[in-house]
Design a protein around this ligand. Structure first.
Ligand code: ADP
Ligand code: MG
Length: 899
């Protein structure tokens, strides 16, 4: 019978594995918005999102409501890494009956304790200063918290049952009571559970502590969860401490098969039968009771105490936790067991003593094992959700079971190791209970609030309001009109260049076309075959040696013709004469579709005799010199136009081209009657806006921030391309870097120590923004490589803040781009006299294509700014190849149609 009893109290490992799984399931259920109401493990958000970093300083008051005491504590922190906080405390006994009386009386009493404590402890110089005194309130009951300083009591427990408190905000109740005591400088800034206080207490030295277990009269655990997983709270970035309330685990029946008949008796005799089933197997309030019921049952079965009267055991509570511990902790001999049982009025035999000891060990051992199982569930969950291979974490522990039972620690570690081998917890004993931690929570809350104010101050100028964006849109519209006007064109910052492209593809284009792409990353020659079944392409990349780039124009264009001949030979295209579209990505003044004067070379080209010349003619001259008749130059094409055309082939509504890559630019189909710079009023013409230069006349000065000014000053073209410098890939990383430097200087980041690397110009690449912003809720992991590259020592909070900076900069870029586009689509809609415009934008550029939020933000803002336009975005493939060929194809089609 003894063996059977002991077996029922020991849970096999495979059953523990299953239990761990159930615990994780219930945790997920508790965190999810849809299911949290049904979850037994409540997973309550605490709104504690940071652990101490050692810079906290000042005086902090704590008041802690305990079983039958009120504890007050004053902690002084020196911002010295919290190595030597000064602490003063006082404990007040609660008057008889107050825990069952009116709520107001309870809170008045707590406030009186605070008042008396302050009167006795605060020395005159602290009193003199009019400083406010923040207070943290440790309230060890289940609350629905909606802010750090807002928490409704859900239910009393632990023998408390004051009227008029359930459903009320207990922070408010305490603050009112304190105000009645005329302690107007005391602000209740944080409320927390004792478990959370323990976690924070253990966070004081060295590494942060991210899990805490309280193994006391009751049992509970809290840990730092990824905030985005805590769906019941609005916080989405960083981490938040979650109060698991795991005592209720099993209330849905999942633990039924491991309950022993003794557990059933304990539960039935409790004041809340059927509830807190897990807690009743592991809480020290219940362990003596479990033993008592086991002894009663075994006596009935005549396995122990045969022939003695055990009537004393019938009384609830006679067998205390202390009795259990005294018996368990005596490894040698049974003298202590005899003493304990004697003191209860039992007359045990030697054999009885041995058996009672075995039962006690089994009950306490099981409690430790179950704690370990719960811990394993928490650790595995943390490891999984942080996407780590191994989790190293500090676990704060406190409570009677932990301090009173020396093997607790060993069992907790070894069993959790078996169940979660991927996790390496380090246990930290909490010496000062939860009070010191509560002071830390309070201190951290104030530090975080101050940090937030300063961060908002730095980022504020980068945040654009709807009115700001409307103004940008209106200014863009104004500049567009000026650029189109014959007289005003010269002074417009948006040049609105005519492209002489007057049609987009209609799908009837057929034939083989050549395309040249000069001025992008590579020099390419392509053949584009447009058939009924679609478009196929072949291309080759050619090298232009530096000597040729910087030699004579003749040599350069001869070289280009050589490449074309080589390509046509390889492609077996020598016998036919093919129309050619030429993407020439240098600033030109276009005077016809096939006539464009080079304004200046850029990107390392400096071939002589070209500036001021018609580049199409230069190419034709070279063809003549080389006697090459296999091609006919039809069009010179800007890459924005190519982008529009390549998408226009698939979607006839595509009448806008947009590029957001190294730079940014846009083009669109404008009515000829509005184009004052070209003769004729019939039909439309594509206008290359060159919108990157928007603002170069000072019209955007009001939105430039100090960061933008620094970035502009360090470019090769200060004061030029001002709009582009707010938006495109070449600059976003650099803007972020400037902000990070300023934040570091203000001690908001990296503990005020920037790495020398971060001070290097352009070291922060725009693609970093994509990586950093992609990390949903898990910034640290994805950012590791970047931080390494920049030699940065970043805390978790640093990472969260870096992400916010990136988000702010990329959001502004997308919004500005949208404001520009809104001006374009609204103008097109008005041009056409439509209430509603449906139009497609062909887009190219790596920033647009690869940044995780840019396109969404752009589209959302555009919808908002131009609600009457239904705008679709289509990604362009190879605008400078396929697009250029299509310009030639459309021009050939139009020419054929005219004949
Ligand atoms: P271009 O505009 O010269 O034709 P791209 O369209 O490829 O070239 O754009 C290049 C720009 O895209 C670079 O300035 C670079 O900073 C940026 N970029 C590259 N990768 C990414 C990425 N993953 N996310 C955001 N921007 C990127
Ligand atoms: Mg490009």
């Amino acid at each position: 019978q003894i063996q059977r009893a002991l077996r029922s109290l020991s849970i096999p490992l495979d059953r523990l594995h299953i239990m761990k799984g159930h615990m994780i399931q219930d945790m997920c259920k508790g965190l999810s918005r849809q299911t949290h109401a049904q979850a037994k493990v409540r997973m309550l958000p605490t709104y504690i999102c940071s652990t101490p970093n050692g810079t906290e300083k000042g005086n902090f008051l704590v008041v802690e409501l305990c079983q039958n005491q009120v504890r007050t504590l004053l902690v002084t922190l020196y911002g010295d890494g919290n190595m030597s906080p000064q602490m003063m405390y006082k404990i007040f006994d609660m008057p008889e009956g107050i825990t069952q009386g009116e709520g107001e009386a309870l809170f008045d009493f707590i406030a009186q304790c605070v008042s008396q404590f302050l009167a006795e402890t605060i020395n005159s110089d602290t009193k003199k200063s009019e400083e406010r005194l923040p207070l943290g309130f440790v309230f060890p009951f289940t609350c629905q918290q909606t802010q750090l300083d807002k928490a409704e009591l859900l239910s009393w427990s632990k023998g408390f049952n004051c009227s008029g408190v359930v459903g009320k905000d207990v922070v408010q109740l305490l603050q009112s009571a304190i105000n009645k005591q005329e302690l107007c400088h005391v602000d209740v800034v944080a409320l927390m559970n004792d478990t959370v206080g323990t976690m924070m207490t253990c966070s004081m030295e060295g590494r942060p502590c991210e899990v805490a277990i309280v193994a006391d009269k009751g049992s509970n655990c809290c840990f730092m969860a990824e905030a985005y997983l805590v769906e019941t709270a609005d916080e989405t970035s960083g981490r938040m401490c979650v109060n698991t309330e795991w005592g209720c685990f099993g209330d849905d029946g999942t633990l039924n098969d491991v309950f022993t008949p003794y557990d059933v008796c304990v539960d039935e005799e409790s004041c809340n039968p059927g509830e807190k089933r897990f807690e009743k197997m592991v809480g020290s309030l219940y362990l003596g009771e479990i033993v008592r019921h086991a002894l009663i049952a075994l006596t009935t079965e005549k396995a122990i105490f045969t022939g003695t009267d055990i009537a004393v055991l019938k009384e609830k509570g006679v067998f205390t936790m202390q009795h259990v511990l005294d018996i368990v902790n005596n490894e040698e001999g049974i003298t202590e067991v005899i003493r304990v049982l004697d003191s209860l009025g039992l007359q045990p035999t030697e054999r009885d003593c041995g058996r009672v000891q075995q039962i006690c060990r089994a009950v306490v051992g099981r409690a430790a094992t179950l704690h370990a199982t719960g811990l394993a569930a928490i650790l595995s969950y943390m490891c999984q959700t942080r996407e780590l291979e191994t989790l190293m974490v500090n676990v704060g522990v406190e409570g009677e079971l932990y301090t009173g039972y020396p093997r607790f620690e060993e069992i907790l570690l070894s069993v959790s190791r078996l169940l979660s081998p991927e996790c390496l917890p380090t246990l930290l004993p909490s010496r000062d209970g939860s009070g010191r931690g509560a002071a830390m929570v309070t201190a951290v809350a104030l530090r975080v609030a101050a940090l937030r104010r300063e961060v908002n101050e730095v980022l504020g100028p980068l945040k654009l309001t709807r009115a700001d964006l409307e103004k940008v849109q209106a200014l863009m519209r104004e500049e567009m009109e000026r650029g189109l006007g014959k007289e005003t064109n010269e002074t417009a910052s948006v040049r609105m260049l005519p492209t002489f492209v007057s049609h987009t593809p209609d799908g009837t284009e057929r034939g083989d076309f050549l395309a040249l792409d000069l001025g992008g990353t590579n020099f390419r020659v392509l053949v584009v075959r447009v058939t009924e079944d679609g478009i196929t392409m072949a291309s080759e990349i050619y090298v232009i040696p530096a000597a040729i780039m910087q030699g004579t124009g003749e040599a350069l264009f001869d070289h280009i013709i050589d490449c074309i001949i080589d390509f046509q030979t390889k492609q077996n295209l020598v016998t036919t004469m093919l129309p050619l579209g030429f993407t020439f990505s240098f600033p030109c003044k276009q005077v016809g579709l096939d006539k464009a004067l080079l304004l200046t070379w850029t990107k390392g080209f400096s071939a002589s005799g070209c500036v001021g010349q018609d580049v199409v003619q230069l190419l034709r001259d070279a063809a003549q010199r080389k006697r090459h008749t296999g091609m006919q130059v039809i069009a010179l094409v800007n890459d924005t136009v190519g982008t529009m055309m390549s998408c226009g082939y698939d979607d006839p509504k595509c009448e806008i081209g947009l590029i957001v890559g190294t730079g940014t630019n846009a083009c669109y189909m404008e009515e000829m009657r509005n184009v004052g710079t070209v003769e004729g009023d019939q039909g439309r013409m594509c206008i290359n806006m060159e919108w990157g230069a928007f603002g170069d006349n000072g019209c955007l000065d009001h939105i430039f921030t100090s960061f933008d000014k620094v970035v502009d000053e360090t470019t090769i073209n200060p004061g030029k391309q001002r709009f582009e410098k707010l938006i495109s890939g070449m600059y976003l990383g650099e803007i972020v870097r400037q902000i990070l430097l300023v934040m570091t200087e203000k001690q908001l980041l990296f503990q005020g120590r920037p790495s020398p690397k971060l001070q290097t110009r352009n070291i922060f690449q725009t693609k970093f923004l994509s990586t950093i912003e992609l990390s949903n809720g898990l910034p640290l992991r994805q950012m590791r490589a970047i931080l390494h590259e920049l030699d940065l020592e970043a805390s978790f909070e640093d990472c969260v803040l870096m992400r916010e900076v990136c988000q702010t900069v990329s959001l502004r870029a997308a919004q500005l781009c949208a404001a520009g586009l809104a001006a374009v689509v609204e103008k097109m809609r008005e041009n056409r006299g439509q209430d509603q415009l449906s139009v497609t934008v062909g887009v190219d550029g790596t920033l647009y294509k690869l940044h995780p939020c840019f396109s969404q933000n752009l589209q959302k803002t555009l919808k908002d700014l131009a609600p009457n336009c239904n705008v679709t975005f289509l990604l362009s493939e190879d605008g400078s190849g396929k697009g250029a060929a299509l310009v030639a194809a459309v021009a050939s089609r139009a020419a054929n149609a005219m004949q």
